[in-house]
Design a protein. Structure first.
Length: 64
């Protein structure tokens, strides 16, 4: 079961890379490379923060 979940997670993670590679160049040409990098950093920070605030990650594994 863990192997299936890992495989699905890897497939979903890797599926967007070609589109990201294809869109990064035109986006950088249109709005500038610094803006593209700043937007990417901001989106990763927002996603990481949202993930860190999930209740199962904040709750203790074993109640005291």
């Amino acid at each position: 079961m863990l192997a299936r979940v890992t495989a699905i997670d890897l497939l979903a993670s890797e599926a967007g890379q070609p589109a990201g590679y294809a869109l990064a160049g035109p986006a950088a040409a249109a709005i500038g490379p610094h803006a593209v990098l700043a937007a990417g950093a901001a989106s990763l920070l927002a996603a990481g923060t949202a993930f860190a605030w999930l209740r199962p990650l904040r709750a203790p594994a074993v109640p005291p």
